[in-house]
Design a binder for this molecule. Structure first.
Ligand code: GDP
Length: 367
């Protein structure tokens, strides 16, 4: 059958290969008279949003479209992976539209982290990255923290306009939208549908607001620098923190190395005795060794002593790439995109290693 099959809910072309992609239907469902993609199916039957990911090309089309709309844009980032979940091009496309920046997963941060300090840091970082949000919020979509305050701000800033929620995959956008649906649009009367985005074949979740405007959930955008793309689904569970981070402190002398499973490595190249405070998932095993032994250890023990990646995934795992940093007088964080960060207290020269393609950066210490 050569006919192109279309989802009757949202109009996207259906496919049976990629479960996480747009328009997925199980092969067995192709026989049915009325085809509906998995995303629309779940939306219809469970009032539940399931995220799909966008290609870069579709992302550009969406961004281009946003600037032509008169709308409020709510951009969600994962505060645990701020740079990895940032959407680099967004500011060039939003036009005159206002942006609210939302940091999700605040429940993961150690209690000692001052929220105002983090908000200020996010404002500062946004500015450096070219985006000027109207306001910045911290929430936990999962635990329901800060949602009401954010909802009030959305109501205030949208000024009767439509709202677009954007974010890269894994920032918690679906969790956030589902919470909004539950708290505000949860009654049976509310009819949540999908609608097309002009100029594309993309469907968006359209959540009606009470004055005739809509809140749109845009598909999640893949950010290729996220660690998430280099590990299996199971490993992602290990490296994604689920509970408040418990910092682990290492007193190191120069020429010592820390391994974070087999995913990342930090060499203390030179400096005096120094504190390295690691903020990573409590489930990641941190292994300390001598710098001179590190290469060999990695070669011989990736997949067993040093894991994730698991034994069977070692073959596909990209080689680690070295990035050198100098820590000055000021306490600094070395940030491993998607994994966490290490605070270094005193001046030091270090080398950070991450899989080729994953982001690593240095910043003024958050804590
Ligand atoms: P999406 O790809 O942006 O739609 O992200 P999801 O909503 O699917 O969430 C991605 C992952 O982050 C899931 O494992 C969620 O359980 C988790 N998550 C979402 N919100 C929160 C939160 O507020 N706190 C924590 N700790 N995890 C969250």
């Amino acid at each position: 059958n050569e006919r192109e099959l279309i989802c009757s809910g949202c109009g996207v072309k259906v496919q049976t290969e990629n479960k996480d992609g747009l328009g997925f239907v199980p092969k067995s469902a192709l026989e049915r008279n009325i085809l509906i993609c998995q995303r629309c199916f779940r939306l219809k039957h469970y009032n539940e949003v399931q995220d799909v990911s966008l290609t870069d090309d579709d992302f550009l089309k969406i961004l281009n479209g946003l600037g032509n709309r008169d709308a409020l844009i709510v951009k969600i980032v994962d505060i645990f992976d701020f740079n990895g979940s940032w959407l680099p091009g967004l500011h060039r496309f939003v036009g005159k539209n206002k942006v609210l920046l939302v940091g999700n997963k605040v429940d993961l941060l150690p209690k000692v982290l001052n929220h105002n300090k983090l908000i200020n840091w996010m404002k500062q970082s946004s500015k450096e990255l070219g985006l000027k949000p109207e306001d910045v919020f911290l929430i936990s979509a999962d635990k329901g923290l800060g949602i009401l305050e954010l909802a009030d701000a959305i109501e205030h800033y949208r000024n009767k306009k439509d709202v677009f929620v954007v974010g890269s995959t894994n920032v918690g956008k679906s969790t956030f939208i589902n919470r909004l649906i539950k708290e505000f649009g949860g009654d049976e009367e509310q009819f949540i549908t999908t609608s097309h985005f002009p100029g594309t074949t993309l469907d968006m979740i359209d959540i009606p607001l009470d004055d005739g405007s809509s809140l749109y959930d845009t598909p999640g955008i893949i950010n290729h620098h996220q660690m998430a793309h280099f590990v299996t689904k199971n490993e992602l569970k290990t490296i994604t923190p689920k509970k408040e981070l418990k910092p682990k402190v290492f007193q190191l002398n120069e020429e010592q190395t820390l391994f974070f499973g087999g995913l990342a490595r930090l060499d203390y190249v030179s400096g005096g005795r120094n504190s390295f405070i690691c903020y990573v998932s409590n489930e990641i095993n941190i292994h300390r060794t001598k710098l001179e032994k590190a290469d060999e250890l990695y070669k011989n023990h990736l997949g067993d002593l040093l894991q994730p990646p698991g034994h069977e995934d070692v073959e596909q795992f990209p080689p680690l790439v070295k990035h050198e940093f100098t820590v000055g007088e000021e306490k600094s964080d070395i940030v491993f995109s998607g994994l966490g960060w290490v605070t270094i207290e005193e001046s030091a020269r270090v080398a950070a290693y991450v899989p080729k393609g994953v982001g690593v950066s240095i910043r003024k210490a958050l804590i």
